[in-house]
Design a protein around this ligand. Structure first.
Ligand SMILES: [Fe+2]
Length: 245
């Protein structure tokens, strides 16, 4: 098992803003690209390789996202939903070949084999790791290189964010809106339930959870307002820039 294959679940301590990007760049160079490259961009800690996965600590206090996301929502979302996915993955992996895989490898393998029960849990565990890590440090503007790519393709971060809000609104029921790196281009994708771009050869840059558990206590049925606020007030676009590479 190489360090480039370590999953986000392998974290036994909270990552720092400085080491995550460094690992990201190293991983990007060492891998040929594709699914597992995107899986490692926020997984700097390599203490554990496989299941049972330690539930990664929230990298900030539960009230750090107020007022955009309440402490109660974070407490339930992180403490119940995110943790529940990890617990289930560990139950399902026990005694099976999955136990020797990284979380990202499980996501890809379960999707490929049609193991929906495992895929749903593992993907959601991975998705939420990326989600929580995207807010560490609070809102920050993208770096110059990433901002240039955004401006060239979308015109501005404001327009990119608006398109993510629009795409998030088109997801019927539960799901995610993803910003991904596809080759040298950016792409915005809405996906159902726990689906993510991990197995599609794209690098996942940021994902906004549009399951109702992510916003209903704070925004009731106003999903678009929630996604808009998350993108404009919470996402650390410097972190996203580092994932872009
Ligand atoms: Fe969620």
């Amino acid at each position: 098992m190489t360090q480039t294959q370590m999953p986000p679940a392998a974290m036994t301590s909270s990552p720092t803003a400085s080491d995550a990007p460094a690992f990201s760049r190293r991983a990007a160079l060492m891998l040929a690209g594709g699914a597992l490259a995107s899986a490692t961009v926020f997984a700097p800690n390599i203490a554990r390789a496989a299941a049972p996965f330690a539930f990664p600590p929230l990298p900030y206090p539960e009230d750090a996202l107020v007022p955009t996301i309440s402490a109660r929502t974070v407490g339930l979302h992180y403490g119940k939903h995110s943790k529940g996915y990890y617990d289930k993955v560990n139950q399902l992996a026990a005694g099976k070949p999955y136990a020797d895989m990284t979380l990202a490898e499980i996501v890809v393998a379960a999707k490929k084999s049609g193991d929906t029960a495992m895929f749903n849990q593992a993907a959601q565990a991975w998705n939420h790791d990326l989600y929580w890590a995207s807010f560490k440090g609070g809102f920050q503007q993208p770096d110059a290189a990433f901002a240039k790519v955004v401006d060239q393709q979308f015109g501005s971060l404001e327009i990119l964010s608006r398109k993510m809000v629009e795409t998030g609104d088109t997801v019927f029921g539960t799901g995610w809106v993803w910003l991904v790196k596809d080759g040298d281009k950016l792409d915005i994708i809405g996906m159902k339930d726990g689906m993510n771009p991990l197995a599609d050869g794209k690098t996942t840059l940021v994902g906004v959870d549009v399951w109702e558990h992510a916003y209903y206590l704070d925004y009731e049925n106003r999903r678009a307002a929630h996604v808009d606020a998350v993108l404009k007030k919470l996402v650390n676009w410097q972190v996203v820039s580092d994932r872009f590479g």
